[in-house]
Design a protein around this ligand. Sequence first.
Ligand SMILES: [Mg+2]
Length: 399
Amino acid sequence: MNNNVNITNNQMEALCRQVVHMDLDSFFVSVERLKDSRLEGRPLLIGGTGERAVVAACSYETRACGVHSAMPMKLARRLCPEAIVMNGDHERYSHYSREVSSLIREAVPVFEQASIDEFYLDMTGMERFFGTFTLASELRQRVAKEIGLPLSFGLSTSKTVSKVATGEAKPNGQLRVEAGTEKPFLAPLPVGRLPMVGEKTASMLQGMGVNRIQTLQQMPVRLLERALGQNGRSIWERANGIDLTPVEPYQEQKSVSSEETFTHDTADIAFLRARLIAMTEALSQQLRRMPKLTGCVTVKIRYADFDTRTRQQTVPYTASDQRLLPVVHHLFDRLYERRLMIRLIGVRFSHLVGGHEPLDLFQDRQEAIRLTQAIDRLNARFGDRTVARAAGQPSGRGR
Ligand SMILES: [Mg+2]
């Protein structure tokens, strides 16, 4: 090691990590093709068709026309008129996401599900027995063979570099960036390839004449801090291949939950439902802020005699209260079977995965989605529970 560089043990360990980033290739499109092989090789757009709908996913064939995800659907159809437009099936996508994650869980003890189709695997230490690249490659082949979905992966010492490597390996490829070669690997790439650099930051950097990551590497970090605030330093570090963020193991990803013990036991169903609605709204808002999606809902009740019962149900990944509320009510209906007062109720959302819901997938829900977004905006401005659905307002009874 260079004597001029002060390096802590933690950093030293981080530099020896073997981190794999795996990403299913155009995931929604691949799932649709599994169901209907006639879609193979044809241009495909998935998302709503309403006025304000955007592309949730698109096949590689449409990218040749300049289509990309998150683009307004109207524009995408104009650019690629021969494309087949589909609404998407969130339930199926969640099902396949779970299949892939359970296959990964069997093979690698420490992994993090970063989104519905993205995973980080910490394979440090596994290289002593087999090559990590070989192991990851076998896993990729198993997903293709046993589940039928193509994926790409990148392997390096950090999450950032591995994610960029996956992007370079796509579609259906794999790429290893050897320790010590992170900087030259990143240097020629456009700044927008860094996971932290969104469209806004990228165009801001381009405005400063910064197009390639190499330029970021050579810039004084202070200059970036001045231009981009706190993010400036992280962007500079990542551009230089420095990223010590750990892979957050699945079991450590917390759930979000809420419980309420009543001052007076109650059997007032309308009141109990109102409390469940309020809890579900608050928790789903918390998820959207993180941002995370939940894959499992649990409802708990405690009767006046302290008999406590819970019921849970897996759900397609979501952070939408309109989707979660019916499940919460259903679980409560199944739970509340004794003719007894209740002293406590609780709601928990677990099996969290990172990411936003592909909102525009469900065009019939546009109004509901706009309502949710408006409520979130108001609550962000004026504090929690400024706005909530009327049924969730405390009624003053039973407490
Ligand atoms: Mg993907």
